[in-house]
Design a protein around this ligand. Sequence first.
Ligand SMILES: [Zn+2]
Length: 427
Amino acid sequence: MNKNIDVNYKNQKRYKTAKYPIRQPWCLTWLIWILSFFALLFKKKKIEKINMEFLKVPYMLLSNHMSFIDFELTALATHPKRVNNVVNIDGFYKRAWLLEWIGAICTRKFTSDIHLIKSIRKVLKRGNILCMYPEARYSPCGTTSYLPDSLGQLIKMNRVPVVVCIHRGNYLHAPFWNFRKKRKVPLYSTYTQILTAEQIEKLSVQEINDIVRKAFEYDEYKYQKENGILITEKYRAEGLHKILYKCPHCMAESQMTSSGATLKCKKCGKEYLLNEDGTISAINGDTEFSHIPDWFEWEREQVKIEIENGTYYFSDEVDVHSMPRTNRFEALGKARLTHDSEKGFVLEGFYRGQEYRIQREPIQINSLHVEYDFPHIKPYDCIDISTENDSFYCFPTKENVVTKLAFATEIIFQRKYETTRKMKNAK
Ligand SMILES: [Zn+2]
């Protein structure tokens, strides 16, 4: 049974994401540039433009996403042209007027937002730059996240040049799992025109996706090693256990902790040191993974095995705060969240005398919005399950489970997607 029952809100109004962004006023383009200039004034940075000499607006700018600094760097790189950014609804929290004023396009993450496509088209027709972060969330491990196939369709449909921006150093400077404590790392961003309008005309969607994916390959730890960047801050490993949640020695999950420059498994006691060059060494015994992304991808493989042999199942009591409108979060209290490969996510709770049930089937959610230290409500791990007109921020009771949920979401989606595609092709 897939039956969604809406939350019984007193105020039934929702923030309308289905509206066109305004054209950014010139004065604001300048103001954003000035603010970004001063915010980055004392940061060591380099912006390089490749194959951009003869590029004219409009174009699509696809960027990897690591921290808020990405917006500021892009403001410097694109000045004095107008840019419309695609922004998730929580970015509009308590300042929707401001975001609307600068021409941001509001969406709810990992939902099928038809109007988003219309808004993108409108911006490009006006002759402006459309900036989006197709991975749709901060990179958890400093490597490429999931890029949907629909990206190629979007590019093909709009037939304007495509620029890919790859930020390097931003993740090392402010890793998503401990973004409040910055590290001294130089920032280096490249803006490369990878496709002209003429090329897009001739290429297939598949070929476009291949080119975009190739251009989107990045690995912050590899970059750190190759460029001899040393991160000497004593707190450099604090928070790392949020992405490295599984012990490769005793296989225990959610038992990893971190402090200072070390990681430790509470279950078996094995300890690891995060070296200044970004590599990992076991303090006692063998080093299973010296490269952090290898550890991360190994965890993904472990989740895949569970899904394939049918043992994957998640259930927990969560504290839910929803966002039907942008002015406040609604505290919905405790609810039950389950996740498996058949039903996807099911959130069941009780609010103002009535039950509610929110389901996102595997094929409806290709990746998961995870927050490690949510800047709103309370600074803990949470996941956001969005529908087309509401967003549910769920804080689990179980510790350190959100990274695994994100892996599972992507794997389960991928399996369903492949099966559906094969069935379509067979017809
Ligand atoms: Zn262990």
